[in-house]
Design a binder for this molecule. Sequence first.
Ligand SMILES: Cc1cc2nc3c(=O)[nH]c(=O)nc-3n(C[C@H](O)[C@H](O)[C@H](O)COP(=O)(O)O)c2cc1C
Length: 198
Amino acid sequence: MATSPENQMKKHVVVGITGASGSLYALTFLRWLVDNGYAVDAIASETGKQVFEYETGVNFSVRGITDKEGLLTIHDNNNLFSPLSSGSHTFDSAVLIPCSMGTMGRVASASGSKLIERIADVALKERRRLVIVPRETPLNKLHLQNMLALSSAGAVILPAMPGFYQRPGTIEDIVKSIVSKVLDAIHIPNDLSMRWGE
Ligand SMILES: Cc1cc2nc3c(=O)[nH]c(=O)nc-3n(C[C@H](O)[C@H](O)[C@H](O)COP(=O)(O)O)c2cc1C
């Protein structure tokens, strides 16, 4: 069978949104996935929700994020009884975007005390794709150690560090260039951003 995107089984993506700056990355990522027919489960930490609404002006709800029905489900970060907190759930990849230093530290210590942290832990133990999009500057030694620990455990550390060789004209272009990198990291075909040499 041909392997065009239309013929591939759509991947099931879990998105954790935490209290780092950069909610526009999360909003753009969620909307792209839903607009392209992917099933998405999204969870925001308490501060993640507040920063998301402050930075984007969008209500963190299915209706706020999309007018498409049925593909986006929002879960409560306190609900550790969620099916997503079990390794028996068959999501393909988990993406923490943006990822605060707080959540990163808790994931690095396998705390599992909130749903986002537990899902990241499940992704690592089940050898599924875990992409972490940290946002902080400058970084201290603990941040760097946590990134190294997570990378060693199998996570992809994909900092919100846009390149400028594409000569972005708008904030949207900059955001899309990072979202495109995240999609690449979870093996979802996309043409969100110009590729060098094309
Ligand atoms: C407006 C705003 C911007 C923030 N930006 C960052 C950031 O870029 N990176 C970061 O690690 N924390 C940032 N923080 C701090 C986190 O939100 C805070 O450490 C919080 O406890 C993280 O909790 P969470 O990991 O459960 O979302 C920011 C907080 C606010 C209110």
